[in-house]
Design a protein around this ligand. Structure first.
Ligand code: NAD
Length: 355
């Protein structure tokens, strides 16, 4: 698959990827390499990765516990300290080998350590390949509030090796699919249509589908790297989706939702808002709802839950002057940014979601 070029870095794929990575590391004469992993990627991905790492530069492994609850400033403080103890300097580089938690966290740590050192993302989940590793956004949560602290700092390279997905649990694969569907809904109806009959797709299509998802994201980010306009499109489904994810994280009577699972609910709800604003046809809405529900099922959200979820909307990063701003669909493949919606309409969206 073709290498993609982002603003100031490249996204390299499969068999080209590791030779390009090795060449880059040597050419830039890094003093030391730090490979950030969680316990799962340490066990399942590191043994696949290390034989490909061919360099004289010394390296160290830094391992953290997996999971969104560790994507916080405390974990950063621990890793900043470990980097200091291990003698990291400004010519050191971090390789983030893991899912979106590792790429978000590792990117933020690198962007801020000694005012910024280089990092490379080597995503190992579908979600991180098609979304989190590309575009330079990084960060951590405050409590359960998602991505409240962070920067936009580009990696030096993104290495996509789809072989890593061979050990990824099915539920995590499905979570990544949500962001691929989002890319179709906001920017490419043809891509969205490919997912209408999943029986027509098999694993051999996966590489091409991943490549296309990254092309779509990269094109949007390149038009608006700092998210003043069109980049907000990538937040479709995330205004309510993040609030739902946070609510399920903090509510211990509920089993936590994966990021993509929460975003799938958010996309159905925000498609309903688009319908109510006359931006999409009823048949579009039904197609979106049926496609997402057939993949992700229906999450139980009570009346109490939805009130608490709506209260969390005040923390959304797109809000301006205290107003919640949605990204809505404008037909399939297009969006309308900065849309305000009445709370009663949001409540109706939850009501309709149940049916
Ligand atoms: P994750 O990093 O928690 O990974 C999911 C699970 O899979 C973890 O338990 C991990 O240890 C395990 N895992 C990783 N690779 C594996 C492999 N190859 N085989 C077996 N297990 C493996 O979560 P995620 O879904 O990858 O990412 C979600 C995060 O990404 C969220 O924090 C979200 O906010 C963030 N995100 C960021 C952006 C961005 O633009 N920066 C975009 C979308 C999502």
């Amino acid at each position: 698959m073709n290498t993609l070029f982002a603003t100031d870095y490249s996204i390299v794929f499969n068999k080209n990827a590791f030779p390009v990575l090795n060449h880059f590391l040597d050419e830039n004469k890094y003093s030391k390499i730090f490979i950030l992993v969680d316990e799962n990627t340490s066990e399942l991905c590191l043994p696949e990765f290390l034989p490909h790492l061919s360099t004289e530069i010394p390296f160290e492994i830094i391992e953290i516990e997996s999971g969104e609850i560790h994507k916080n400033i405390q974990t950063c403080t621990e890793i900043w300290s470990v980097l200091t103890e291990l003698g990291a300097d400004r010519k050191s580089i971090i390789l983030n080998l893991g899912g979106g938690v590792i790429t978000d966290l590792g990117g933020f740590i690198a962007a801020t350590f000694k005012r910024g050192i280089d990092f490379i993302n080597i995503p190992t989940t579908l979600l991180a390949m098609v979304d989190a590793s590309v575009g330079g956004k990084n960060g951590v949560d405050i409590g359960v509030l998602k991505n409240q602290i962070g920067t936009i700092t580009n990696p030096k390279m993104v290495v996509i090796e789809t072989e890593f997905l061979s050990t990824l649990p099915q539920r995590q694969m499905r979570s990544g699919l949500a962001e691929m569907l989002k890319h179709g809904l906001i920017a490419d109806q043809e891509y969205w249509n490919l997912f209408q009959d999943l029986s027509q797709l098999d694993l051999s299509d996966l590489d091409a589908l991943i490549h296309k998802a990254i092309v779509i994201k990269n094109q949007i980010v390149q038009q608006d790297p700092t998210e003043n306009g069109i980049r907000k499109a990538l937040n479709f489904g995330h205004t309510l989706g993040h609030a739902i994810e946070s609510y399920f994280l903090e509510n211990h009577t509920k089993s936590a939702l994966l990021h993509g699972e929460a975003i799938a609910v958010g996309m159905i709800l925000e498609s309903y808002l688009s319908l109510e604003q006359n931006l999409i046809h009823p048949e579009n809405y039904l197609q979106i709802k049926n496609t997402l529900k057939s993949l992700f099922g229906t999450v139980e959200i009570s009346d109490n839950d939805r009130n608490s979820i709506c209260e969390l909307l005040i923390h959304d990063k797109k809000n301006e002057y205290g107003k919640v701003q949605f990204v809505l669909l404008d037909g399939i493949g297009n969006v309308k940014l900065n849309q305000e919606v009445l709370t009663t309409v949001i409540m109706s969206a939850f009501e309709d979601y149940k049916s």
